[in-house]
Write a protein that binds this ligand. Structure first.
Ligand SMILES: *Cc1c(COP(=O)(O)O)cnc(C)c1O
Length: 421
């Protein structure tokens, strides 16, 4: 059987819309369905199983490339030097109490090279662009996809064009500019920005990093699922909790977990809990009403999940359904509270979309959807330094004090330091 070029373990791709298989198109949508027809990449699991063993993994660096057999990349060739992945996974008993579950693990994706989960996808995207000898890479993003692409492109010297919608937070835009990307701030919605980028890539032959239409990007996101499975081994959590915008992160993690289950790294699969913001909840509604996606409004301070028309809705709904999971929505107030509590109780600083999952888990426990005796793993998808304005809203202002002992003592008397609960 001829193998899909440049990706030795890939056997083919299937369109999630029409179900047809193809051998081409590692970087674009289904040739028949267009952008609605997101492709899913498949691997030769029998061959992968022979080389991707626990013993082999023990010798490999803790980056996304340790799972190269399960990625659509050539075995050799140039890769970005700042490899994402290998992010810390740690239990937090205080946050377990706050959310209400018996045990809670946090995976801090803010520790990636440009401080978000998106680095996993961009590393694969830029490697694909190099393999295809693309001269320019581009994407439309609310921020993190763009900053990760700009960083990875800078590290290999590829020109990078970024289309950002007007509401992107300043720190993310600053990151883009520091990485030397061409930044185009589009006076329009995210959807309009996305369409403009799409057309630009078609017209100029740029490598398109837009995650939903480019199946290779979801493969990069999948590495978090692979990593979770490898690290958890027999202690699979009952739930894996992820915030959801376009749905690629959620679907990617689920795919990684399934592959590791097929490779027998984990004995069973967790259930997937997807969390959206109240003001941008089309997947929550589609899931609860058991129907296809209907695009809806998008308004939330969690800019990274402020998506009214999720591009990867079919994969996201399937991940919740197939895992016996669920979707919940949380308010901006709940997100700010989670930002404060994750910082205060666990020392983890997440941006609003980064901690939305924690807010959703707490809500799901309160609603009886997740049991108090169950265990969970929450993916904190991006760093709080990405959105300092929201952090300040969540945490408030410092106390003012003259440089005098008496003033300090008076302050401490009025507000004693107490243990954290
Ligand atoms: C992009 C992003 C998400 C959501 O990922 P999707 O693939 O769009 O669902 C969540 N959190 C952060 C920090 C992100 O940047």
């Amino acid at each position: 059987m001829p193998r899909t070029s440049g990706a030795p373990y890939v056997t083919g791709l299937t369109c999630v819309r029409c179900g047809r298989r193809t051998r081409r198109g590692l970087d674009g949508p289904c040739p028949r369905c267009g952008p609605e027809g997101v492709l899913d990449i498949e691997y030769d699991v029998t061959r992968v199983r022979r080389s991707l063993t626990r013993r082999a993994l023990a010798q490999r660096p803790r980056t996304v490339w340790r799972y190269a057999e399960l990625l659509p990349v050539p075995e050799s060739g140039r890769r970005p030097p700042w490899a994402p992945g290998g992010t810390p996974l740690a239990p937090s008993p205080p946050l377990a109490r706050w959310t209400g579950v018996r045990r809670l693990l946090l995976k801090d994706e803010g520790r990636n090279p440009t401080a978000s989960f998106k680095d996993r996808a961009s590393a694969v995207g830029v490697t694909r662009a190099l393999a295809r000898r693309a001269r320019v890479v581009a994407c439309a993003s609310t921020g993190n996809a763009a900053t990760s692409l700009a960083g990875a492109a800078a590290s290999v010297g590829l020109p990078c064009v970024i289309f950002v919608p007007e509401f992107a937070p300043e720190p993310k835009v600053a990151q883009l500019l520091v990485f030397g990307a061409r930044v185009l701030r589009v006076k329009g919605t995210y959807d309009e920005t996305w369409e403009l980028c799409q057309r630009a890539c078609d017209r100029h032959g740029w490598y398109n990093r837009n995650a939903a239409v480019n199946p290779s990007l979801v493969e990069g996101k999948k590495t978090a699922g692979l990593e979770i499975a490898e690290e958890c081994g027999n202690e699979v959590p009952d739930w894996v909790v992820v915030s959801v915008g376009d749905g690629c992160t959620f679907a990617g993690i689920w795919k990684g977990l399934q592959e590791m289950h097929a490779l027998r790294f984990i004995p069973r699969l967790p259930r997937m809990l997807g969390v959206q913001a109240e003001g941008a909840r089309p997947l929550v509604d589609a899931f609860h009403e058991g129907r296809d996606l209907v695009p809806g409004p998008a308004e939330t301070l969690a800019d990274s999940i402020c998506v009214g028309h999720p591009r990867n809705w079919r994969k996201a709904l399937a991940a919740a359904r197939d895992s016996g999971g669920a979707f919940v929505a949380v308010s901006d107030e709940q997100i700010l509270e989670a930002m404060r509590e994750a910082g205060r109780l666990a020392g983890v600083f997440g941006e609003p979309a980064g901690v939305a999952g924690l807010a959703g888990l707490r809500q799901a426990v309160a609603a009886g959807l997740v049991g108090r005796r169950e265990t969970a793993l929450a993916v904190v998808t991006g760093s709080g330094l990405k959105d300092v304005k929201s952090a300040t809203r969540a945490a408030g202002a410092p106390f003012e004090l003259p440089p005098e002992d008496a003033a300090l003592d008076a302050h401490l008397e009025e507000r004693p330091l107490s243990p954290r609960s």
